[in-house]
Design a protein around this ligand. Structure first.
Ligand SMILES: [Mg+2]
Length: 283
């Protein structure tokens, strides 16, 4: 896209701007249950805790990944792109320069220097009102069809979508299939990630928010990574994309022509994704 006639430099200015939109949980950062170290303890990488919740360490990346991310934030427009609520996102302390843009609530909020962009949020609410069943209908279904033998918590995120915290071993598979079908007919997507079952409106996407950030920043290349069904649209919308060897997309062998599937699983995949982002941004 560059129209520069300069021949003396290969700076990012003459190449155009690279936007890196990455999912966080189980893509860049990992809880202890998701680390999948898979090696003798004495050979395990040193880990950096990047999130504390209720005074306890919660999420980690390898120290090498932290170094790679710090460099990436200096070299590109790095946009954390998460389904987390703003509050859940804001307790993560990522290494590197604080991002000018972050996407929370699966695209429901674009944070600009930490503050939600009101125009964007209002445009999202209008689309949801027009294109899918209301949240109240989804909540009513969840209340009527689940029971306490396998559901620990019912949660609503940012008044935009719902999720359940479940006992994964006790989650009835036929219930998940039925709910997925029922919700699909009403314009909602169901995604199982770890101990959480998410129900998210189909028009509420990470990719729509990333397109908006790309427009505002004038990015000419978009790179993306993610591990779950809620990342599929993000990966499809990017110029190049990566997914780890674990997760909901890996479980269904999900792929796309411009997607590289990594062999690594767990926290090692997070580190490799950052290496790939930097290499692609520099090429
Ligand atoms: Mg994820």
């Amino acid at each position: 896209m560059s129209t520069s006639t300069s021949t003396s430099t290969s700076t990012s200015t003459s190449r155009g701007k690279t936007l890196v939109a990455s999912d966080l949980d189980r893509t860049l950062i990992y809880s202890t249950a998701a680390l999948a170290l898979g090696m003798p303890d004495a050979q395990a990488p040193r880990l950096l805790c990047v999130e504390v919740h209720e005074s306890k360490p919660l999420s980690y990346m390898t120290e090498d990944a932290a170094e790679l991310l710090a460099r990436l934030t200096a070299e590109t427009v790095f946009v954390p792109t998460t389904t987390r609520t703003r509050k859940q996102y804001q307790r993560i302390q990522l290494p590197g320069t604080a991002p000018a843009y972050a996407i929370c609530a699966n695209g429901g909020h674009i944070l600009v220097d930490g503050v939600s962009d009101r125009d964007w949020h209002e445009s999202v609410l209008r689309r949801l009102g027009d294109e899918c069943a209301p949240l109240s209908e989804i909540r009513a279904y969840l209340t009527a069809t689940t029971d306490l033998s396998w559901v620990r918590k019912h949660r609503v995120a940012e008044d935009l979508f719902a999720y359940l915290v479940v006992e994964r071993e006790r989650l009835p598979e036929d219930w998940l299939d039925r709910f997925g079908g029922w919700a699909g007919e009403r314009g909602w997507t169901v995604s199982l990630q770890g101990r959480k079952v998410y129900a998210v409106p189909k028009p509420l996407t990470k990719s729509a928010a990333v397109r908006e950030v790309a427009r505002r920043t004038g990015a000419t290349l978009t790179l993306a990574a993610g591990d779950s069904l809620l990342d599929a649209d993000l990966l499809l919308a990017a110029d190049r994309a990566w997914r780890p060897g674990h997760g909901e997309l890996a479980d269904s062998d999900w792929t796309a022509p411009h997607l590289d599937v990594l062999a690594e699983r767990g926290v090692a995949a997070g580190e490799e994704i950052l290496r790939r982002f930097r290499a692609a941004a520099a090429s």
